[in-house]
Design a protein around this ligand. Sequence first.
Ligand code: GDP
Length: 426
Amino acid sequence: MIKAIVGANWGDEGKGKVTDVFAQQSDIVVRFQGGNNAGHTIINEYGKFALHMLPSGVFNPHITNVIGNGVALNVAGLMKEINQIKERGLNPNLMVSDRAQIVMSYHILFDTLEEARLANKQYGSTKSGIAPFYADKYAKIGFQVCELFDDVWLDEKIDRILAQKNALLIHLYQKEPITKQQILEELHGYRDQIAPYVHDTITFLHKAYHDGKTILLEGQLGALRDPDFGIYPYSTSSHTLAHFGAIGAGLPYPIEEVWAVTKAYSSAVGAGPFVAEIFDDEAHQLRIRGGDAGEYGATTGRPRRMGWFDVVATRFGCQVQGATHVVLTNLDVLSYLDNIPVVIGYDTPNYHQDRFPNITRIQQSKPILTTLPGWKTDISKITDYDLLPLAAKQYVDFIERQIGVKISLVSNGPHREQIMSRTSKL
Ligand code: GDP
């Protein structure tokens, strides 16, 4: 059985926590896209972690964690995380696909140089090399993990790649060229570190599926960062949608449950249209209370952009994710408000109020807001959904009706046990 845990918004919805919770009743967790450009925060009995490369099943000894072929593999980042986990006495059971591709140091360099070149037109990249990495993958000049083990193959390929990279470095960015020796040494270093983890994960996952194992697909970022359906070009460079798992994990089977994770308010990192955005003190008050330690990027430490819950964006996010269930996280964060604004429509010239507009239209969209009563009491210690204040339950009911997907779980704190099941009204 395959279940997916994916973001309905711009990322940072709390997927890491939800995956950690679900992992307890699963057998395998697979990362199927993205790289170390976003972090999944997990707080459990081992401590607090921001996982960028490792699947969030690593805290459960019975789980096999898979880095699938669709991932942008940053070997140094992965090794750092493995060591952090080992320091806490855990030994992650990890497999890396022999078809995953490697993020090279020049991908990070090009990401940084390009953002600098774009100056005030930049995309707000985390500079983790993700866009140059995926560009190379589809231009067929990336390195698959399996290629690391064939020096003859590498020798020819490096020449071909360097000719192109050095032309860009010298002529576009006015930088020093890279040498073949540098690249070879880098690849050999990665080969030696990654070797113990490399597997034919496709065969492993197919067998596991047919043996009836429960497989979790752990998405990175959210639907609105998908390069096709999101706010392109302010998107990421890999598909953030559950059904991309068929490709990125190599599991072409129906996903029985797609759990779309959404926060009870909005946040986003980087540039791009964000209709629900609030500013100044209103944003500051929400930011300092959000998440486990305020809304600051797990990868960059940047203050996240803040907004109220966005029905239009979340309904669309659930739609493109093919969501069967929703997890609403961070409900506790809203407890300070007398009244809670919610974006229920977009005022977009000559366009539908209830549809998520394309990139050219969304630039002109203004939020249409309503306000719901707050509950003004700490709800973080409540363990039974029915015991929530009426206004909190009404807030959840309202959002469920608006997005049209059942909200089956409500999270009221960053810790593993702070999650309540709810009987949906849909
Ligand atoms: P992910 O990338 O989707 O896993 O999300 P992040 O880890 O980047 O951001 C989610 C933030 O919300 C983290 O700080 C989590 O610890 C925190 N978090 C998750 N669920 C809850 C919740 O229900 N309440 C609160 N207060 N924080 C939560």
